[in-house]
Design a protein around this ligand. Structure first.
Ligand code: PRP
Ligand code: ZN
Length: 320
């Protein structure tokens, strides 16, 4: 067995080390995801849809990839940008809010960040919003002059205040921010809003969005080592495939040549279709990948336009 890499933090067996890899260079991709929380299940599900599986260690903080050189680290989401920045992890699935806050924090200290968003993943949507007590007559940011704002996102809040030219006190809290106005700790809050239930339960009203957030795949700004880059590219292709087919269906039908143009006008969300001439008839057998929902009503319209033998099929995997 080759010597253990000096950069290996966790007691991981270093197997499958390529003979050309320089000492100390990992050849297995490490992805950090949230251990517990709103993004942890959907993140695992996404990676599972990409065909990855893991043999979990007993403490479940490190999961060794079974069928690809991709290991999982289960961490607090706030730690993910730093793990990528330091190169201890290669990729992470984390909320844009966390990534943006830590980038803003570094920018405020005059240093750059070696992490950035690689892909938006389409789940875990929420927004970072400024919310004021019910009954306030909201006139705009200038109203916050001299006020106290409770938030777990001080860097984004300060950057927003600075851009608006407003002087306000930022009260940093790590959680349960919405209770601060009632406690007299702050006048307004700046926190994540998803359903809006927490704000409403605390008699607060969102008045302004600072950031639209969702789960993202984060990676370094700089290039990965070639071996890791190759594995990361494989993963990206699979993620793109999974995302493309998330709501997609394959539509199969036949149509007379003369009706094809009209039928296709009813499929603006479809990829360019494949078509085959049908023997002995002036008809085409066609299939088109539709990215929108194919309702009964649409099928009936397609039929009126001349299509027949309409069939809607689920798409399981796609590799562009
Ligand atoms: C998040 C967020 C809001 C709440 C928003 O809190 O900070 O408080 O969820 O969700 P809603 O609009 O659907 O009510 P979380 O549960 O993560 O707890 P924490 O802020 O105390 O860490
Ligand atoms: Zn909260």
């Amino acid at each position: 067995m080759p010597p253990r890499s000096p950069h290996t933090l966790l007691p991981i067996e270093v197997t499958g080390m390529s003979p050309v890899a320089a000492p100390g260079v990992r050849d297995r991709l490490r992805i950090a995801i949230q251990k517990n929380g709103r993004l942890s299940e959907p993140a695992r599900a996404l990676l599972g849809s990409c065909g990855l599986s893991w043999r979990e260690s007993p403490d479940k903080l490190f999961c060794y990839g079974d069928n690809a050189p991709v290991d999982l680290l289960l961490v607090r989401d706030d730690d993910i940008p730093g793990l990528i920045d330091s190169g201890l992890c290669d990729l992470g699935i984390v909320g844009r809010n966390v990534l943006a806050e830590q980038a803003a924090e570094r920018a405020g200290e005059g240093r750059g960040a070696n992490f950035r968003e690689w892909r938006a993943l389409g789940f875990g949507g929420c927004r970072l919003s400024l919310a004021v007590p019910q009954g306030w007559d909201w006139q705009g940011p200038a109203q916050l002059d001299g006020r106290r704002i409770a938030t777990s996102y001080p860097a984004l809040t300060r950057a927003w205040l600075a851009a608006a030219g407003v002087q306000a006190d930022v009260v940093v809290l790590s959680g349960s921010v919405e209770i601060a106005p009632r406690l007299g700790q702050a006048d307004v809050v700046c926190d994540l809003v998803s359903s809006g239930a927490t704000l409403a339960a605390n008699q607060l009203v969102p008045v302004c969005d600072l950031l639209q957030s969702e789960a993202v795949l984060a990676g370094p700004v700089a290039d990965l080592d070639p071996t890791l880059a190759e594995t990361a590219q494989m993963l990206l292709r699979r993620i793109d495939g999974v995302m493309r087919i998330r709501d997609s269906k394959l539509l199969m039908f036949q149509a007379p040549r003369a009706a094809v143009a009209q039928v296709l006008r009813l499929l603006p969300d479809a990829e360019p279709p494949t078509s085959y001439p049908m023997e002995g008839e002036d008809m085409l057998a066609m299939q088109a990948l539709c990215h929108g929902v194919v309702t009964w009503q649409r099928l009936e319209e397609l039929k009126r336009a001349g299509a027949r033998g309409l069939m809607v099929l689920p798409v399981e995997r796609m590799l562009a």
